[in-house]
Design a protein around this ligand. Structure first.
Ligand SMILES: [Zn+2]
Length: 136
């Protein structure tokens, strides 16, 4: 299985509060992009794991993003993979409206989760990243 980075586009249909570690995160109704990498065993298979979590097939909370994907009112719209590229922090650094301290415990970023009011905004970011980093 190939290793690499990925972006998930997730919709949250209702406002939720998720408790991660010592702090709660208020997650507004809307759309989120999560920037991740999968260089460990299994590689980009992790993306399929996220989608299983999102569909309710699986419910084990290991990473911060699991707290979002396992919410009843969340669903994964799409995933974009960037095989062989270690990009998660670079991708995250180009997004705005970040949810503070989410998914970035292993690096120096403020966060790896961005919020969008409108689906089009999230889709536009995915397209921009695809154009910039895929086929290059
Ligand atoms: Zn980072």
């Amino acid at each position: 299985m190939k290793k690499g980075s990925y972006i998930l586009l997730i919709e949250l249909e209702e406002k939720e509060t998720v408790k991660i570690g010592p702090g709660n995160r208020e997650l507004e109704k809307g759309f989120y992009t999560y920037f991740g990498t999968a260089f460990g065993p299994g590689g980009l298979k992790r993306v399929e794991r996220h989608s299983k979590q999102a569909s309710g097939e699986k419910n084990v909370k290991h990473w911060h993003i699991d707290y979002l994907t396992t919410l009843e009112k969340s669903r994964m719209i799409k995933a974009v993979k960037f095989p062989e590229k270690d990009l998660e922090c670079e991708l995250a650094s180009q997004a705005q409206n970040m949810i503070e301290a989410f998914g970035s415990t292993d690096c120096k970023c403020g966060s790896h989760l961005a919020y969008f009011h409108e689906r089009e905004e999230g889709e536009a970011l995915l397209e921009k990243m695809k154009a910039k980093y895929l086929n290059s």
